[in-house]
Structures are given as C-alpha cells and as structure tokens.
Design a protein around this ligand. Structure first.
Ligand SMILES: Cc1ncc(COP(=O)(O)O)c(C=O)c1O
Length: 388
C-alpha cells in the first residue's frame, strides 16, 4: 500500500537537493571548518555557502545567521541569550499562549527564576491581537516572543505589526519562524524582529540543524561555552554535512515557494471543502485566519484525535493529532484550548502537505478520512453515545 504522508509540519522529508548535498559531504572526510589548512578551508566554504542560502530564504544578511542544532536550540538561544545578557534591567516577558514548547518551556523556566511572563491569548481564529501584545509590553519588558506561523493551525501572527513599535520602545522581539520559512515569504528586515528562529527539517533539510538570525549589532549571551565558532554565539565544531543539507534545502525552498504555495493552498482548500461537505460534525479550526498554505487543522466532533491518527495510520495515512505529539505522547492541544475550542482540542487532527503531496493523494485521503470517521462514530454510538 502506498503511504500517504501528510505530516510535513512534524518533519518534511529531505529534499532531493539536500540529500545530494549531504551525500557529497558524507562521501568524503570533511575537515574541521576551523582548521587553517586547505581542507579546513574547503569545509568552511561549504558552511558559508549554506549560510548565504539560509540567509537568502529569509532576506537576512549572511553574517546575521547563527547556525544551531535545530529550531529548539535557536529558540532557547534567543530567549536565554536576550533575557540573561549583561545590562538587562527589567523582568517582564510577553509572549503568546500558542507558542511551540521550545519557546514556552524556557519562558516557564525564566518565570520560575523570577521573571514575570505574560501569555497573550489568541482570538477564536488563532490569531494574537498586536494591540494586546503592545499593551502587555509595559515598561520593564525585556523580551516579546511571537511566532510567525503556528505549527498546529498554520495561523500567521502579526509579527511585522509589532516590530516597528517594539523597536521604538527598545524592546527586543524574538520570532519563531520555523513553520513559516519556505511556506510563505519571510523577510527578516520587514518583520522587524531582532532574532528569528529556523529549523531545517521543516523545509526539507535534515533534522538536527537550524539557525537563529540575529540583528547585526545585537548582543546575545551565548548559551554554550567553548571555542569561538559562530561569532562566539554557538560554539562547537559545525556539522558540515547537515549544514550543507540545510543550505541546499533553503535554496530549493526559496525557488519553489511561489508555485508551491499556490499549488499546496489549492490542495488544502480542496481537502477542507470536501471534508466539510461530506463528513458530519466536521469543522476547520483557524479557518478565519490568514494561514500558511500547507496546513489544515480539522475537528471531527465526538471522535478523539488520537483515535483518528491511529485509524488513519492503519489505512496508510500519516497525520498528527491537533494536539501536539511530543516524545510519543499525545496531549490535548494547548493551542486549540487557548483559542477557546475546548471541545475541538481533543478531537482534531493536523493535516500538513508538502512538495511530495499530489491531487491523487489528496483525493485518496479525503475518501479514507470519511470512512474512518464513519467507523469511529459507529463505534462510539455502539459504546453508548459518546461516553468514554
Ligand atoms: C514552531 C516550531 N518551533 C520550533 C520547533 C522546534 O524545531 P526542532 O524540531 O528543529 O527543534 C518546531 C518543531 O517542532 C516548531 O514547529
């Protein structure tokens, strides 16, 4: 049975260009990029080529790109790096209630260390009101962290609307763009963010590498201590093959973006129209928000999201529960709960498309989901009408 992979927001399979770049490096011994000999220089050149490609994807100057071990590390570097640096006077941090755990968890840690963290809730469509963020950013605020695209709903957040005003107030803005880069145009300068986190595996690069763009001139307390790599902001010998894969994926994603965004958007719209039209009790979460084109968060009332994920898996379809699935455990979605969708928070799935998704797969998926949902409803009815 052909598997249908609709979980690109979890990890998007390696792009052909990324695989080729990585194999070129794995097929030979890459020297240490910090070595002064010719072999070291060749490795350094590969890294700088990749850095320029990553920078190019998000309109950032190459020297602003700090290569990290992934999106989680980039978010941690920004948050600790900005809040714990020398000369930071205030103790207040403003963020949203729908951030990824790699933002929420370090902020919780800082809260336990005495910072005051304000988590602004989104509206019912999953969008945070910039005015509410600015209102919360009272004097003494040392950081505002707002993601660009939500990983569960795809809802785009008004980061650019905050950037200018926060700059005027002298408050640093961190933006987690891991789910936006490669899906919608992202411009570091236009957003006005001071730091911008990226994860390679969300755009067809390898897992375990990512980047933090840091506005030139901004000081950041390094999270790790060691050699002076990455301008002292992320010491440690660089993984040349992973970084080369990241660069190749970023370049390929940048080239494909205009046509892919339109293609995936129309496939996503087709899924939503057909499910809404054929599956009773279905709804699209965050339907009223501007969204990245590849993501759909579908609620199927009365059926547990986890049940759907397992049943779809048995039919050859890979999706995620609307609830975040980390380390193999499925929790109720903090994102849908923050949107006020208490009921949907336990009965939603996230469908996320990518470069390998085609119309045939979409049609097959719609048919399978319809059958799986009907079966699950029959089972619930037989067990006593919705009781668990
Ligand atoms: C919005 C967002 N930020 C950060 C991350 C973390 O990236 P990584 O898996 O590279 O640590 C993810 C991935 O799950 C994400 O969706």
């Amino acid at each position: 049975v052909r598997r249908i992979y609709l979980d690109h927001n979890a990890t998007s399979p390696l792009r052909r260009e990324a695989r080729a770049a990585m194999l070129r490096h794995l097929g030979r011994l890459d020297a240490n990029p910090s070595s002064v000999h010719g072999d070291g220089h060749a490795a350094r050149m590969a890294i700088e080529t990749a850095r320029a490609a990553v920078a190019g994807l998000v309109g950032a100057p190459p020297e602003s790109v700090v290569l990290t071990g992934g999106g989680t590390e980039a978010n941690n570097l920004a948050i600790y790096g900005l809040c714990l640096r020398e000369g930071v006077a205030g103790r207040r941090i403003v963020t949203s209630a729908i951030e990824h755990p790699s933002v929420l968890a370090p902020l919780l840690d800082l809260e336990e260390r005495g910072f005051e963290v304000v988590r602004v809730r989104p509206d019912g469509h999953g969008v945070v009101d910039p005015a509410a963020v600015l209102e919360a950013a009272a004097p003494g605020t040392v950081l505002v962290a707002l993601m660009l695209a939500n990983n569960e709903t795809g809802a785009l957040q008004p980061v650019a609307e905050l950037g200018r005003e926060l700059r005027r107030r002298g408050i640093p803005l961190h933006c987690d763009a891991a789910q936006a880069a490669g899906k919608v145009p992202v411009d570091f300068g236009v957003l006005g963010a001071d730091t911008l986190a990226l994860a390679a595996h969300k755009l067809g690069g390898p897992q375990g590498t990512g980047a933090l763009c840091v506005r030139p001139g901004l000081s950041l307390r390094p999270h790790l201590r060691g050699g002076g790599q990455e301008g002292n902001r992320r010491p440690g010998t660089e993984s040349v093959a992973l970084i080369a894969g990241f660069g190749a994926a970023a370049e390929a994603a940048r080239r494909a973006l205009p046509s892919e965004a339109a293609r995936l958007g129309s496939l996503r719209d087709r899924i939503e129209a057909e499910i809404l039209g054929s599956v009773p009790g279905s709804a699209v979460n965050a339907a009223g928000a501007p969204r990245v084109p590849n993501t759909s968060n579908l609620a199927l009332d009365g059926i547990q999201g986890e049940t759907l994920v397992v049943a779809l898996d048995l039919e050859g379809v890979a999706v995620s529960a609307g609830s975040a699935c980390s380390a193999g455990t499925v929790r109720r979605s903090h994102v849908l709960e923050a949107m006020g969708l208490e009921r949907a928070a336990g009965s939603s799935i996230r469908v996320s498309l990518g470069p390998d998704t085609d119309a045939e797969e979409v049609a097959a998926f719609v048919g399978i989901l319809g059958r799986v949902a009907a079966r699950a409803r029959d089972a619930v009815a037989a067990a006593g009408g919705g009781r668990r």
